[in-house]
Design a protein around this ligand. Structure first.
Ligand code: SF4
Length: 79
């Protein structure tokens, strides 16, 4: 199940099906990502975290469960 949020033109999608609850996203961007009681990632409601920090958090995910798009163009994962 995907969950998506768009902030300042940056669209963040998390794929909860592949998330393994490793928690590095939450560690790096605690205002943006949380882990729920199913041990799956969710996107928090209000945050003002800079894009680079969000990208670092996305890059830290071992299973690439965080997808980033900027102005409609996919910026992470790179492929
Ligand atoms: S880093 Fe990836 S696997 Fe770990 S909690 Fe975040 S989204 Fe899930």
């Amino acid at each position: 199940m995907n969950s998506t949020k768009e902030v300042n033109g940056l669209k963040i999608t998390v794929d909860r099906d592949i998330c393994i609850g490793a928690g590095s996203c939450e560690l790096l961007a605690p205002d943006v990502f949380g882990i729920d009681n199913e041990n799956k990632v969710f996107i928090k409601d209000n945050f003002n975290t800079d894009e680079e920090t969000i990208k670092q958090a996305a890059m830290s995910c071992p299973v690439l469960a965080i997808i980033l798009e900027k102005d409609g163009v996919k910026v992470w994962p790179e492929n």
